[in-house]
Design a protein around this ligand. Structure first.
Ligand code: 1HE
Length: 270
């Protein structure tokens, strides 16, 4: 069933480089600078941060898309030359804060990718929890050719999806990857035909929004951190997180529903 979205009101309605709409527990957030291919200037990165630290209480999953023909052309290069070294560090840290607000926020985020997903655009995508790529999507890290380096968290997140070798190739040689190549290398979890990404993203968002909030919290907050720990430390954190999740009323209700044959079984893929 298609969701019926309505514009957000209040503080978030004033974020003019985003277009934010709500449908029940799902928010649709569009990067909304299509004339500049959604290139991310200082205002847009601040607005992304503002949204993800102020996700409305009723929202339990977000679909992130880009307006126009491309998801995102990365950093707005027109602002780059004006920065000193010191300002550059702070600028990069402002991206980190925004990307952390996505990855370690309150709700899971599915990015729907089409056209260019390049530079900072790939850094935004890799901060999200699920990536759905339309067939038109292509990935690039032109920082290497522009004489710069990733600064929006790409060096930490992209290798965790696709490996250091793939990222090195993309940065050193300017290699771009198609939607299918990105899928094979772990940049996306789903590839869909052109025009079907938003519907797929909404379908996945509705599923995620229906999970117990503490389960989603554990996946979003504990899982990536455990992956960074030694096996022994990771297993210890897992035990704590498992006990906390199991102790929640939502878990008890859901397990009881299954045992009383009121909950869906696990489904074999079709
Ligand atoms: C931009 C940007 C941008 C477009 N900064 N203005 N990112 C890049 O190096 C990618 C640069 N962009 C491109 O390669 C292409 O624009 C695209 C492949 C993404 C799209 O091509 P196309 O033919 O659809 O659009 P266009 O004609 O190139 O661009 C339309 C307008 O957007 C044009 O401005 P106009 O005033 O002439 O109309 C472009 O200049 C403008 N535009 N991309 C500024 N990126 C936290 S560190 C992250 C570091 C990075 O992200 S580095 C990678 C930067």
């Amino acid at each position: 069933m298609a969701l019926t979205f309505a514009p957000v009101s209040g503080l978030l309605a004033g974020l003019d480089l985003l277009r934010i709409e709500l449908a029940d527990a799902v928010a649709h957030v569009r990067l909304n600078r299509p004339a500049k291919r959604n290139a991310v200037n200082d205002t847009l990165i601040a607005q992304i941060h503002t949204f993800f630290v102020n996700v409305p209480d009723a929202v339990r999953a977000v679909v992130l898309t880009g307006e126009g023909d491309h998801f995102c052309a990365g950093l707005d290069l027109s602002e780059l030359s004006e920065r000193s070294v010191a300002e550059g560090v702070l600028h990069s840290r402002s991206w980190h804060a925004a990307m952390d607000a996505i990855q370690f926020g309150r709700v899971p985020v599915v990015a729907v990718l089409h056209g260019a997903v390049v530079g900072g655009g790939l850094e935004i995508a890799s901060s999200c929890h699920i990536r759905v790529a339309e067939a038109s999507a292509f990935y690039g890290l032109p920082e290497g050719q522009r004489g710069i380096f990733v600064g929006g968290g790409g060096s930490a997140r992209v290798p965790r999806l696709a490996g250091v070798a793939t990222m090195s190739d993309m940065m050193l040689t300017g290699r771009t990857l198609s939607a299918d190549e990105g899928q094979q290398r772990g940049l996306s979890q789903y590839v869909v035909p052109a025009g079907q990404g938003f519907a797929k993203g909404c379908e996945l968002a509705v599923k995620m929004a229906g999970n117990a909030p503490l389960s989603n919290f554990a996946v979003m907050q504990a899982l990536p951190r455990i992956a960074d720990l030694s096996q022994s430390d990771g297993l210890f954190v897992e035990s704590l997180m498992a006990a906390i999740a199991q102790g929640d009323d939502a878990a008890k209700d859901r397990v009881r529903a299954f045992l009383e044959k009121r909950a869906a079984k696990v489904v074999k893929p079709s």
